[in-house]
Design a protein around this ligand. Sequence first.
Ligand code: AVJ
Length: 326
Amino acid sequence: TTEKGIALVERDKDGVDKAFRQDVLAGLRQQPKAIPARWFYDEEGSRLFEKITQVEEYYPTRAETEILTARGAEFAKLIGPGRAVVEFGSGSSVKTPLLLEAIAPAAYVPLDISGDFLRESAAGLAQKFPGLPVHPVEADFMRRVTLPEAVEPLARLGFFPGSTIGNMVPRTAVDLLRSMRATLGADEGVGDSAMLLIGMDLVKDRKVLEAAYDDADGVTGAFNKNLVTRINRELDGTIPADALTHDAVWNDRLARIEMHLTATRDIDFTVSGESFAMKQGDSIHTENSHKFTRRSANMLLLAGGWTPVKRWTDSAKRFSLILARA
Ligand code: AVJ
């Protein structure tokens, strides 16, 4: 954790996030080229993602919200009241209140690397739940996080909705699940009872999946291409956006949707003064979104140190929400 007001993000003298520059340059040097999906979410990227959640073809947000709305009584019974809810990533406006309303927690601890998102979501939640202590922590939840002293005596529930775990390759996902165990204090006193409620999207017809990541209105395409705009603006890039097209393809061997930016002609460009080239048909791999079966989801959780307790799906069986215990 950091002290209040101290930014976690390290910046160059020109104000650019050092990790962003490093990830982009390293990713463009690779063959095939790949940039981590976390860099989509600048202000415009976050706005476009919100827009994606309302697109007809993009079902995950609606499906998960349906589960959270319908299963409140079951959450209450299995999780119980009085816990500290630790959300990995700042709460979205809709999902978190549904959970908090259902289980009557004793505290809410949103964790996020972005202080801005954190303050926004904490303020919104505090307003909706006037009696609930909210303790935002600015931290990188990929590592173990020390929770605020005030929640030390409380049993914990980790909350990780959205199938964000699906954006990680299995090795990284397992590392994260283990970090969550450590953050929630599993194996030490009160943490013995730690639980995790996690959203995981399901394997389905490839046409449905590909449409969800390549909607007819081009919102997801704009989201993907915004990464180029961000690189050109923040890293002094000359990538010709008009020569890159949005692709979303199901990789059946690895059970994931992959998003790419594919060159429609041979191009040369520079980023932060470094030169790069792409041949027509070469791509920059910008995102993986892994999809799970009941068994693959359970196996991933078990590998990360979590025992599945109960699983819910939406009525169309598109998305799963899984409760696990440490
Ligand atoms: C951030 C995991 C919810 O993989 O579905 C949506 C991001 N990318 N459309 C996902 C995303 C393209 C998304 N999550």
